[in-house]
Design a protein around this ligand. Structure first.
Ligand code: 13P
Ligand code: 13P
Ligand code: MG
Ligand code: MG
Length: 376
């Protein structure tokens, strides 16, 4: 997309470049590389604001700038940062060093190379509250359910009923990640068809949401499917998403209320299980129990004048939204659901379907039995 100078772009680009003690967390030396590189880019004027954090074992680079979506310099900054961090991970012999860097040479766009990308170019409103979500041990379709609740379910979002600025509903762009085709469905009119599609999150992913009456961009998610790029299981996609709030869009609290309860997503141990998604604060953004449960963090901030609103020292004002007792119930539910599923061991539906397991090493195990099958 070409550059539109008067607009502001929020980019979150992430990759698993290696982690500490298995697939559970990103250690400080790698975060420090992210911090150093983005600080430099801010000083050079490439980006205006940034925030480096991690979701489990995924290094997350949040950047705000005025260069538009798919800008080669922004993508190169992320790619070079991941390369340097992967090199550090390698030197420390961290686990899975360079895991998500599937291609060698950077040629202008990081999409399709392994890292996950969500970007949104906006015309700033009077005030622009933004929520960024980042999840670990799951896949892009994990956002289908909350996106539906936030932008289409009047039982979730009171504004759909009582805010005239939302009348007319929202349009969902859905990507079929297997055939690489997309379709736009409008809610409320096509709600049933939308659910028919996005109820299969392993294939169909909500990639963008727009307000129907004026096409205002409201939400965007990363759609990278590592297994489809690599042709085999290399780790889960661990998706990110950007959602805009207020002034004729869902309120912050309406964006967060779908996470009051845990719900099930694909991923977890070896990317091969259904698991309960657990909303956590940044301090608990580590995947431990059976490499999980799959976790999600949410950051709230304001975008204004091409930047993240910051304090007098230039430190971005970021609210760690799930670091809140309001989500204790979801966390408790997630642990209880985890116990129920783990009691089933490797029997479906705790384990993913055979079709999804095609990308894992399971077919190699079954191959050994092939010659022993006799006609029944
Ligand atoms: P806005 O209309 O400014 O988004 O505020 C709605 C509200 O009060 C949220 O609870
Ligand atoms: P990640 O995709 O987060 O690296 O996890 C891989 C895995 O196999 C966990 O068990
Ligand atoms: Mg990993
Ligand atoms: Mg991960």
């Amino acid at each position: 997309m070409s550059r539109t100078p008067e607009k502001t772009t929020v980019s979150i680009i992430k990759a698993d470049v290696g982690s500490l003690a298995g697939h559970h967390t990103v250690p400080k030396p790698l975060l420090d590389i992210g911090e150093k590189r983005l600080k430099e880019a801010q000083k050079n004027g490439l980006i205006n604001s940034y925030y480096v954090f991690h979701a489990g074992d995924d290094l997350e680079l949040l950047m705000v700038h005025t260069r538009g979506e798919s800008n080669p310099d922004i993508h190169k900054l992320a790619w070079d940062t991941f390369k340097e961090a992967a090199k550090k991970a390698s030197s420390l012999k961290l686990y899975g060093a360079g895991q998500d860097l599937l291609k060698q040479a950077f040629s202008g766009n990081i999409r399709g190379m392994g890292p996950g990308v969500a970007e949104m170019e906006i015309e700033e409103r009077r005030s622009d509250p933004i929520v960024v979500f980042a999840a670990d041990k799951t896949e892009p379709g994990a956002y289908n359910y909350p996106m539906f609740r936030i932008f289409a379910d009047p039982a979730n979002t009171a504004g759909l009923i009582i805010d005239p600025n939302m009348s007319g509903g929202f349009k969902f762009e859905v990507l079929d990640t297997v055939e690489n085709k997309k379709i736009v469905l409008k809610c409320p009119e096509e709600m049933y068809e939308l659910i028919a599609l996005i109820g299969t999150p392993g294939r169909n992913v909500v990639s963008r949401v727009r307000r129907a009456r004026d096409d205002l961009i409201c939400a965007t998610t990363s759609t990278t499917r590592l297994a489809l790029i690599a042709g085999r299981y290399v780790g889960k996609d661990d998706p990110v998403s950007i959602v805009r709030a207020q002034h004729g869009l869902p309120a912050l609290g309406e964006i967060l209320v779908p996470f009051m309860h845990s719900y099930f997503v694909e991923g977890w141990m070896r990317g091969s299980h259904w698991g309960p998604l657990m909303p956590v604060g940044l301090k608990d953004s580590r995947c431990t129990l059976f490499d999980g449960p799959p976790r999600i963090v949410a950051l709230g901030f304001q975008v204004g004048n091409g930047k993240i609103a910051s304090d007098d020292d230039g430190v971005p004002l970021i609210s760690d939204l799930f670091d809140d007792p309001a989500f204790d119930m979801a966390r408790r539910e997630a642990i209880e659901y985890a116990a129920v599923l783990r009691r089933m061991g490797e029997f479906e539906p705790a384990r993913l379907s055979a079709e999804v397991m095609e990308y894992t090493t399971l077919p190699q195990v079954l191959e050994k039995l092939r010659a022993r099958f006799k006609p029944a």
